[in-house]
Design a protein around this ligand. Structure first.
Ligand code: AMP
Length: 285
């Protein structure tokens, strides 16, 4: 089957209705394009989980604050389409902003407190934009399964919450973070880094590894581990730490390493580029 590129919301809905009518299972990977191996790993998982795979490529203005990188966000449609053909994607959905957010658009999805911690502190409207676009895309693409990356841990938790709270009939699958050989989590934003920043950016993953080792050696004083991470990053890079947090990996509440898995999440600025990363430390028995 030839890959289709669909721009119209009505056409996307019709395509999905037809697939569902023919009892085809649809999986969906929402992206902002400029695809890398991280995205491709989600697409491969989506391929494995369903009969039809839809990838959306849409840089969603609602999740960028004024002054953020909406206009500079890297784009590369031709290359993205080639990569999707290689992965046997059935449809790339690439809508226009005028149809996604018409002038009289007024409705947003807000997941209360979990969107106000971690990245929500420095990006107060970000997750409102993310949950709104995901809800809209789910209604347009009508997938049975949507695949997200663990790289954006808070996003995955918020989307899972939204799906439960709004009774959406969609299964959410979360896939591991894909990294460069030196440990840096792949991200479309890595392109913004100059060579010095790119070299220094390995401190995110290295500091997470440091924390994991401390946990593995039985250290449970989270404040102490956090201090070690701060010191490591400050000594080995020019990055400005936005946050380092230890929280419950299921619900973003205070970490309870002996009761549940702990998410260690980190955000660091290199110049104007804000990078995030995280790891999960399994609950201690
Ligand atoms: P984005 O295009 O950055 O909005 O990301 C689209 C999807 O790809 C999201 O579910 C991300 O979590 C996921 N993703 C981004 N980077 C990675 C990565 N390095 N490994 C795995 N998934 C990723």
């Amino acid at each position: 089957m030839m890959m289709k590129v669909i721009k119209s919301i009505a056409e996307m809905k019709n395509w999905s209705d037809e697939q569902r009518f023919r009892s085809r299972k649809i999986s969906f990977v929402p992206t902002m394009g400029f695809l890398h191996e991280g995205h491709l790993s989600l697409i491969r998982k989506a391929r494995e989980l369903a009969d039809r795979v839809v990838v959306s490529i849409y840089v969603n203005p609602a999740q960028f604050a004024p002054g953020e990188d909406l206009d500079q966000y890297p784009r590369g449609m031709e290359r993205d389409l080639d990569l999707c053909v290689n992965e046997h994607v059935d449809v790339v959905f690439n809508p226009e902003t005028t149809s996604i957010y018409p002038r009289d658009f007024k409705s947003y999805v807000i997941t209360e407190d979990i969107s106000k911690v971690l990245c929500g502190i420095s990006r107060p409207h970000h997750f409102r934009g993310v949950s709104t676009i995901c809800c809209k895309l789910f209604n347009i693409v009508k997938p049975h399964i949507a695949v997200f990356g663990q790289k954006d841990a808070q996003q995955a938790i918020i989307i899972k919450r939204m799906v439960v709270d709004l009774n959406l009939d969609i299964e959410i699958a979360v896939q591991p973070t894909i990294r460069e050989p030196d440990g840096l989590a792949m991200s479309s934003r890595n392109k913004y880094l100059n060579p010095r920043e790119r070299a220094e950016a390995t401190v995110l993953f290295k500091s997470l590894q440091l924390a994991k080792e401390a946990f593995d050696h039985g250290k449970l004083n989270l404040e102490e581990i956090k201090m070690q991470m701060y010191q490591f990053i400050e000594q080995h890079s020019s990055g400005k730490i936005d946050y380092i947090e230890f929280i419950d990996a299921q619900n973003l509440n205070t970490a309870q390493p002996e009761q549940s898995d702990t998410l260690i999440a980190i955000a660091v600025f290199f110049g104007n580029t804000r990078l995030i990363d995280n790891i999960i430390i399994p609950k201690r028995d």
